[in-house]
Design a protein around this ligand. Structure first.
Ligand code: FNR
Length: 205
């Protein structure tokens, strides 16, 4: 595998003890050889989206610029989403709305390989949140890894008191997930660029 593959890991939660951030910390540790995985920890600096702010400075506020630059610099993204009311949380949707817009680095989500996972305390492990996140990422032109999915249910039982991922089956699944995310990213990074006149849609309603 290309030794320069860099995966940026983004948790859709600001909570200090977030299961999803802990999951990504474990994921970063489980990344295969030749892959650098780093957890983004400045999502709280992204303000609520406001087109007036965007018009005042097309590069966006500092927290948006930092996130956009980090994504532009990464070969691929790994996003761990909580589930709020059967969908992705507003804090994550807000960040994606900001960076879906063109900045100095271009449209950083368009063509970006992305792998999606998530953890919740309940029995369904963010299935509906991941489905809604996939929908948003598709709209942004991201290349979302089709499989494997990883739904971490009953999260409180899977982490130890210090926040480490203690559950052996989840650790095994997470390592397989990171192998797949790295392979998905490396494969897409090696693809030829799309033709410039490739249509975004074949039919418009
Ligand atoms: C939740 N939670 C939740 N869980 C779930 O499995 N399905 C759901 O629809 C919801 N809805 C929901 C709404 C709101 C407003 C909150 C605050 C919470 C529980 C949620 O999964 C839990 O708080 C997780 O711990 C959040 O993820 P982090 O912050 O631990 O990463």
């Amino acid at each position: 595998m290309n030794p320069t593959v860099h995966l940026l890991c983004l948790a859709g939660s600001l909570r200090r003890e977030s299961w999803n951030r802990r999951l990504l910390q474990a994921a970063a540790g489980a990344a295969p050889a030749g892959v650098r995985a780093t957890v983004y920890d400045a999502l709280a600096a992204v303000p609520l989206f406001d087109e007036d702010l965007e018009q005042a400075d097309p590069a966006g506020p500092a927290g948006v610029r930092a996130l956009r630059q980090a994504i532009a610099a990464a070969d691929g993204l790994v996003i761990a989403t909580p589930e709020y009311n059967h969908a992705l949380p507003g804090v994550l949707k807000n960040a994606l709305d900001w960076i879906s817009r063109e900045g100095p680095e271009g449209e950083v989500l368009a063509g970006k390989p992305v792998a999606v996972l998530g953890a919740s305390g309940g029995p369904w492990g963010t299935r509906l949140a991941q489905a809604s996140l996939r929908q948003v990422l598709h709209a942004c032109g991201a290349l979302v890894m089709p499989s494997p999915a990883l739904y971490v249910a009953h999260a409180a039982q899977r982490f130890d008191a210090r926040g480490g991922l203690a559950d052996a089956a989840t650790r095994t699944a997470l390592a397989a997930f990171m192998d797949a995310a790295a392979a998905w990213t490396a494969r897409l990074a090696a693809r030829p660029a799309a033709a410039p006149d490739e249509p975004a849609a074949l039919q418009q309603a």
